[in-house]
Write a protein of this length. Structure first.
Lengths: 138, 244
């Protein structure tokens, strides 16, 4: 019951074939990298502290300790924490404005001297809560 | 169909269109008038496009699943047309989800892209249906049509993976606000109403676009069928590329 492909559809069939191959390959690459690298986007300060230090790039997620942010044009500082561990983070230049105290953050960087993580990127990781500003609040 | 039932059907269609437009207008008005989130500020309003787009993509893929199941049982041309239209709309909505997510992410996270589990699984979900559409376009026999339909059936497993990715793995993307295992969704009532309205409006729009696209494909197929000698259950124009 094969329906013969008519000649007019040949370029379209070629496109479909290319799409099929490219999309399948991309899918295979995505699934493989996800399986090999794992789907853990960040590690906690406690996990990072419990591991031996090397030059590897770290991605650490936690909350920004209230009062810990020092914004400066050359070197900013913040403390990222989980329930057990506090970790001081240095960032070259002014911190991105999205980063806020008491909110989540994900920091990417390497171990610097001492107990400080030197970050190349600091992202806000906001919660799943959506609240209107309090009337008469800040 | 009799003349009266045709008339009733077109009246129902118009009523649905009017409802959708009205809901869309209300959704837009609400999206810009309810308070923005205290932490994220104004960019949080992207939620009213991002969430409905993602939800409607899920909905489209559910339609692909249902229509593919029907096709496998009946080889019904209508089911095949609906499945393809739904997959096309689903892929477009997945693209819209990623695009709005990128802008929202750039403004609130500080980055437009992160290879976290939510984003990886969303891209993978879209790719599964790109593969499905390509397989459909290539299918020119019963066997290949069956294989393509099976992709449409199995593909639905990507939907729960995307939805629960933020709970199963550590992601930059926040966990779900609505449809979580926890109790009341942690969002203010006004925002909830705006979100529900926008989800409803875009869901209705999605269903109508799928129906219209499927209808158009069937008409094109029957035009080809009448101009040519009668052939298979599933006319060429519907099974593969011409006329699509």
């Amino acid at each position: 019951m094969n329906i013969p492909a008519d000649s007019a559809s040949r370029p379209k069939r070629r496109w479909a074939l290319v799409t099929l191959v490219v999309a399948s390959l991309a899918l295979a690459v995505l699934v493989t990298t996800a399986t090999v690298d794992g789907l853990v986007y960040y590690r906690t300060p406690s996990e990072v502290m419990s591991e031996p230090r090397d030059d590897a790039v770290l991605r650490i997620g936690g909350y920004v300790v209230p009062g810990s942010i020092e914004r400066d044009d050359t070197l900013s500082t913040l403390v990222i924490a989980d329930e057990h561990t506090h970790l001081t983070v240095h960032y070259q230049g002014p911190l991105p404005s999205v980063v806020q105290e008491g909110e989540g953050a994900v920091v990417e960087g390497t171990w610097g001297d001492g107990h400080v993580v030197v970050a190349t990127e600091v992202l806000l990781r906001h919660s799943n809560e959506y609240r209107a500003p309090q009337v008469g609040g800040p | 169909m009799t003349e009266t039932s045709k008339e009733q059907a077109s009246l129902a269609r118009i009523a649905l269109q009017v409802t959708t437009v009205a809901l869309a207008v209300i959704a837009i008005a609400l999206a810009f008038s309810v308070p923005a989130d205290v932490v994220q500020g104004e960019p949080q309003r992207f939620m009213y496009l991002h969430v409905p787009a993602a939800w409607s993509a899920y909905l489209s893929y559910a339609v692909v699943w249902g229509a593919s199941v029907v096709f496998l049982r009946t080889t019904n041309a209508k089911a095949a047309a609906v499945a393809r239209a739904a997959a096309q709309v689903g892929v477009a909505l997945t693209g819209l989800t990623l695009a709005t997510g990128m802008v929202w992410g750039a403004l609130t996270w500080g980055t437009a892209w992160a290879w976290d589990a939510r984003i990886i699984s969303t891209v993978a979900m879209g790719l599964v249906y790109v593969v499905y559409l390509a397989a459909r376009a290539l299918a020119n026999g019963r066997r290949s049509q069956t294989i393509a339909a099976w992709i449409g059936v199995v593909g639905i497993i990507t939907v729960p993976i995307v939805h629960w990715s933020v709970e199963w793995w550590r992601t930059l993307h926040q966990s779900a606000t609505v449809m979580t295992r926890a109790g009341a969704p942690p969002l203010d009532a006004a925002m909830g109403v705006a979100l529900a309205t926008s989800v409803l409006a875009i869901s209705l729009l999605t269903i109508q676009v799928i129906a219209a696209r499927a209808h158009k494909a069937l008409q094109a197929a029957s035009a080809v069928a009448t101009s040519q000698a009668p052939r298979d259950v599933l006319p060429d124009a519907l099974a593969d590329s011409p006329g699509s």
